[in-house]
Design a binder for this molecule. Structure first.
Ligand SMILES: [Zn+2]
Length: 60
């Protein structure tokens, strides 16, 4: 399985752009979907077009 590192390029479906977009893997703080906390400094894919977090690659 590919291990992502910050700055890697990838492709993923962006729910904001409604299309497959190029993404850049970056460290971000991401709020859990249940709203009960924030994951600090996890690697996520960020849409190059709109800046939305579009994927959370498994890094460990
Ligand atoms: Zn987008």
């Amino acid at each position: 399985m590919k291990v992502f590192t910050a700055g890697d390029k990838s492709r993923a479906y962006c729910y904001h752009c409604l299309d497959i977009v190029h993404t850049t893997i970056l460290l971000r703080d991401v709020r859990f979907s249940d709203g009960q906390g924030i994951a600090k400094n996890i690697l996520v894919g960020v849409c190059d077009d709109c800046g939305s977090v579009v994927a959370t690659p498994r890094s460990r």
